[in-house]
Design a protein around this ligand. Structure first.
Ligand code: R5P
Length: 234
């Protein structure tokens, strides 16, 4: 319980640092997850104090939270370019490569990140890793042809010399993403070459998106017990 409270405090500290990047009039992407939730909460306080921003959410859950806080929301179709997206991550490496999708929102998160001029990652120190892959890599797939798609992913992993165990999220009652897809969590242990893996996964029919975010994050605020560390810069 105490450890959980501490972790929430660190997430909020990281979120507070990202809030400093927000300027009046900005077009913002709002991430998903327990860390991003703190950012949306803090942004809601600023909006209540008069800050003017317009935002796009990366999930139905974030949209509901933001609307509840009276944060002005729109769609990516109405506002296709964003100034800044603030989002959490499951893992962050020193080159600001990320694993995302632990909460199942990777597809919209990546679309929103790609529409943003900058992306800031907020995380507690447990997410900072020397090498990606201890966290199972989420791969979003269409339900049609699941078994076949799964085999192709396994073959691709073997071809890279990195066989892994694939687990359908939710098991017999599969987890369904906001886009109506399933998620295969790939237990890899470590990812030797994230760029090669990303390229290999991207060309498999049936794979909608994978949780490797490479070249999106410009800055990360990593909250540890004593201080918030900044990786990169805007
Ligand atoms: O799909 C979910 C997202 O990628 C989250 O941003 C990620 O899983 C981190 O979530 P949390 O802040 O809850 O650890």
């Amino acid at each position: 319980m105490a450890a959980n409270q501490d972790s929430e405090r660190l997430k909020r500290e990281a979120a507070r640092r990202a809030l400093d990047l927000v300027e009046p009039g900005m077009r913002l992407g709002l991430g998903t997850g327990t860390t991003a939730r703190h950012f949306v909460d803090l942004l809601g306080e600023k909006v209540a104090q008069g800050l003017k921003v317009r935002c796009v959410a990366t999930s139905e859950a974030t949209l509901a939270q933001a609307k509840g806080l009276n944060i002005p929301m729109t769609t990516l179709d109405d506002m296709p370019e964003l100034d800044l997206t603030v989002d959490g991550a499951d893992e962050v490496d020193p080159e600001l490569r990320l694993i995302k999708g632990g909460g199942g929102a990777l597809l919209r998160e990546k679309i929103v990140a790609a529409a943003s001029l900058s992306m800031a990652v907020i995380a507690d120190a447990s997410k900072a890793v020397a090498r990606l892959g201890a966290f199972p890599l989420p791969v979003e797939v269409v339900p049609f042809g699941l078994v076949s798609t799964r085999r192709h992913i396994e073959k691709a992993l073997e071809g890279l010399g990195a066989p892994g165990e694939l687990v359908l999220r939710g098991g017999p009652k599969p987890f369904v993403t906001d886009g109506g897809h399933f998620i295969l969590d790939c237990r890899l242990g470590a990812i030797a070459d994230p760029e090669r893996l990303a390229a290999a996964l991207s060309v498999i029919p049936g794979v909608v998106e994978h949780g490797l975010f490479i070249g999106y994050a410009r800055v990360a605020f990593i909250a540890g017990a004593d201080a918030v560390r900044t990786l990169g810069r805007l």
